[in-house]
Design a protein around this ligand. Structure first.
Ligand code: NAD
Length: 238
């Protein structure tokens, strides 16, 4: 396998699959449930309006897991951090993941389009704040001092992803686009390949299996991210 060109600007899109081998379960692999919950129950504004305490409990557990000794960046996160360090051109990672495993691995240029587990947001002021603790309905907001005003700083279904102007700019300028561990069914991330391709980028997909958007890519690397990403990084740096 070889690339046949020297990329100057790489954009990498990552999804839940890159963190699966770190012990964080993906979204859709288990019958469309996320950690045994209907996704609309725990990942929509309507679900939060209906039962905010359940939604807080769900993200409290995800945050506790991320901060525990059980979860560490895996070889795929580490390989991407090495690529960022050694690559001479421009590189950015757009992640749909709400974990911070890219940052823990040492990646610097990471855009979280769906928010972060380690942040919370005040619904009154819109302010986003770092947070490592559990949140409950009665937790007072450090910014407006009221209770009931905090929510996870996560983009839910029906909400607009973060940093889209920056992401579109990156996708229109890159010459190599790589998508890792994402099912290609969550929009707008699912159409990033088309955007990158229409601007002339070479597009590579890395996944355990074929996805709904595999045909849009120039190359598909099949296998667990911990193995395939390391090989891909060697290929790019060689
Ligand atoms: P998804 O769960 O819809 O799809 C996961 C994809 O990863 C699948 O295509 C699967 O084949 C692939 N995959 C699974 N294990 C893999 C492995 N070891 N190596 C390579 N590929 C593997 O995930 P998505 O497309 O990212 O969309 C889900 C949404 O859920 C995201 O928006 C994200 O915010 C949220 N989510 C985040 C996390 C996290 O932060 N780690 C976890 C679950 C869900």
């Amino acid at each position: 396998m070889n690339l046949n060109f020297n990329p100057q600007h790489i954009v990498i899109l990552t999804g839940a699959g890159i963190s699966a081998e770190s012990g964080i379960r993906t979204f859709r692999d288990a019958n469309g449930l996320w950690e045994d919950h209907d996704i609309m129950e725990v990942a929509s504004p309507q679900g939060f309006d209906r039962d905010p305490e359940l939604v807080h409990r769900f993200y409290n557990l995800r945050r506790q897991q991320l901060l525990s000794d059980e979860v560490h960046p895996n070889q795929a996160h580490l390989s991407l951090a090495k690529l960022e360090e050694d690559f001479k051109g421009k590189l950015s990672i757009i992640t749909q993941n709400v974990d911070n495993l890219h940052e823990q691995a040492g990646s610097k240029n990471v855009i979280h389009m769906h928010g972060e587990l380690l942040r919370m947001k005040c619904v009154e002021t819109g302010k986003s704040l770092l947070n490592k603790r559990d949140i409950h309905v009665e937790t007072p907001c450090p910014c407006c001092l009221k209770t009931g005003n905090l929510r996870p700083d996560i983009v839910w279904f029906g909400e607009y992803p973060m940093h889209m102007a920056k992401i579109e700019e990156e996708l229109s300028q890159c010459d190599l686009f790589i998508s890792i561990g994402t099912s290609g069914v969550v929009y707008p991330a699912a159409m990033f390949v088309q955007l990158a391709k229409s601007n002339g980028a070479y597009c590579i997909e890395v996944n355990l299996e074929q996805t709904q958007v595999s045909d849009d890519f120039d190359m598909h690397m099949q296998g667990p991210a911990t193995e395939t990403v390391e090989n891909l990084v060697k290929l790019i740096l060689s």
